[in-house]
Design a protein around this ligand. Structure first.
Ligand SMILES: [Zn+2]
Length: 157
């Protein structure tokens, strides 16, 4: 997985020039995709088109064709673009203060605290959830061991 949003080859949908990154300004005509045109710009990138398709699209724009993507395509682009921040968030680790909080909650209260954090984050932030679990499972195992030893001691004593 790459860090940050990928800058894939794209084509300026105003003049047909190549550029790197769908939303960056065009070096040839200076056009910066904004508002709803950002979805069109995204469709004119390798997020959506293959290399050869992108070349063909650039030729059509240079020939004077005005891109008119369907509503469904725009919606697809909007959803895909909206998904990017979510992916970044999914890779976000726990902050140190958060880790300390989980650690001490596990230690002083119950390891259920750590499992609760894991359960709450496992869908939206799998990485952070995994870290919470790593802070919890060893302590939880240790507590079970101590508890078992205590039970054994009572049995034998
Ligand atoms: Zn351009």
């Amino acid at each position: 997985m790459s860090a940050g949003p990928a800058r894939l080859p794209a084509v300026c949908h105003r003049c047909g020039s190549d550029k790197l990154g769908a939303l960056v300004p065009c070096k040839t005509c200076g056009y910066v995709p904004s508002g709803a045109d950002r979805t069109v710009a995204w469709l004119f990138s390798e997020h959506h088109l293959s290399g050869p398709e992108l070349v063909a699209a650039a030729e059509r724009v240079r020939a004077g064709e005005r891109p008119e993507p369907s509503r469904a395509l725009r919606e697809q682009a909007r959803l895909a673009m909206g998904a990017a921040p979510t992916l970044e968030r999914a890779a976000q680790p726990l902050s140190l203060s958060h880790k300390l909080l989980i650690f001490f909650a596990n230690l002083l209260l119950t390891t259920l605290a750590g499992y609760a954090v894991w359960f709450g984050l496992r869908e939206s932030r799998p990485r952070a959830a995994r870290e919470a679990l790593l802070l919890t499972v060893p302590l939880s195992a240790l507590f079970s061991l101590l508890w078992t030893l205590e039970q054994l001691r009572e049995l034998l004593g």
